[in-house]
Design a protein around this ligand. Structure first.
Ligand code: AHG
Ligand code: MN
Ligand code: MN
Length: 313
């Protein structure tokens, strides 16, 4: 594994995927998305459209970063040669790239989650869900890979292809090299990340939060799904929730390109992800913008949330 003399932790993403003997087209796809993130991180840092790498953007009025990020990723996926269909938070429909499904992948992505946080210099991220073939409206348990890129003080990329969760960091040459392999979560946590308005929580959710607070859990919430999940995954001890609320029974987060990829990653690290009444990855999405409530993180904390909701609603 790796070149002699070269420690495993200088290994770059492409070599790592090759040594895991990943499917060549899946390796190509993951590396294309990793490459696209270089342009996204530059646009976030400098707001300089020139680095977007696409001529038709050059010199145009400043594009909203999420639209720019969407166009950077879409262009990459379009020319990758390994993609059948895509859907993004910024598109209203599924975009067909190729009708030939064999050996190809379909991708649901949030090009820039938490984009409104850039103005206050908080961390944001790109979230990606990957299926084999042409179908995107299928349960998240069928994903073959999921990943996110976190644009924080450091730029990191976290992915799984079903054999554990691994973290890569972007170095000065803008290459991604291995930081952590096979990240695992504890059975229960010590931080909680409560999204949504507390005064709209159901009785079960309210009792659950009071239980966590009674046990000394600390509140950690940035308003960015990617950094909030990343903190729980990397510390291995915590739970994020964006629950059902009075007036919004399905919470806020979208199943296809926010909940399914994060649920896949957290489960691969030994955690759990639930709507409060059932596994996120077993949801049967009906539309590309389906939403669901979410409790995600340490498996015993998620089980406890489900119990409070089962008994108190
Ligand atoms: P997006 O910016 O892609 O619309 O997603 C924002 C989401 C997610 O990042 C975060 O968990 C949630 O919005 C925060 O919602 P509140 O501002 O209601 O807490
Ligand atoms: Mn989002
Ligand atoms: Mn977004």
């Amino acid at each position: 594994m790796g070149e002699p003399g070269k420690t495993k932790f200088q290994i770059d993403l492409r070599r790592y995927l090759r040594e895991q003997e990943e499917d060549r087209n899946l390796t190509r796809l993951i590396c294309e998305i990793a490459d696209a993130s270089k342009y996204i991180v530059n646009s976030i840092r400098t707001g300089d459209l020139g680095v977007a790498g696409t001529s038709n953007l050059y010199g145009e009025d400043q594009l909203a970063l999420d639209v720019l990020s969407d166009r950077i990723l879409r262009k990459r996926l379009l020319h990758s040669g390994v993609v059948a269909n895509i859907v993004s938070e910024e598109t209203s429909d599924i975009i067909p790239i190729s009708t030939d499904c064999a050996g190809k992948y379909s991708v649901a992505f949030d090009p820039l989650d938490g984009s409104s946080l850039v103005d206050v210099n908080l961390a944001v991220g790109t979230i990606v869900s990957i299926y084999e073939g042409c179908e995107l409206l299928q349960p998240g348990r069928n994903q073959v890979a999921a990943m996110y890129i976190l644009y924080g003080p450091r730029t990191t990329l976290v992915f799984s292809t079903g054999s554990g969760v691994h973290e890569f960091g972007m170095n000065q040459l803008m290459e991604y090299t291995l930081l952590r392999e096979n990240i695992r979560m504890e059975p229960r946590g010590s931080i909680y990340s409560p999204g949504g308005q507390r005064n709209l929580y159901s009785p079960g959710t309210e009792s659950f939060v009071r239980h966590l607070e009674g046990n000394g859990a600390k509140l950690r919430y940035s308003g960015g799904f990617v950094p909030d999940i990343n903190q729980i995954l990397m510390k291995g001890k915590g739970l994020f929730m964006y629950p059902h609320l009075q007036g919004s029974p399905n919470g806020k987060l979208r199943v296809l390109y926010e909940l399914n990829p994060m649920a896949y990653l957290i489960e691969q690290a030994g955690g759990a992800a639930s709507t409060g009444r059932g596994r996120i990855l077993d949801l049967e999405p009906k539309q590309i913008d389906d939403r669901a409530p979410v409790f995600i993180g340490c498996r015993e904390d998620v089980a406890m949330a489900e119990e409070f909701i089962r008994t108190q609603g």
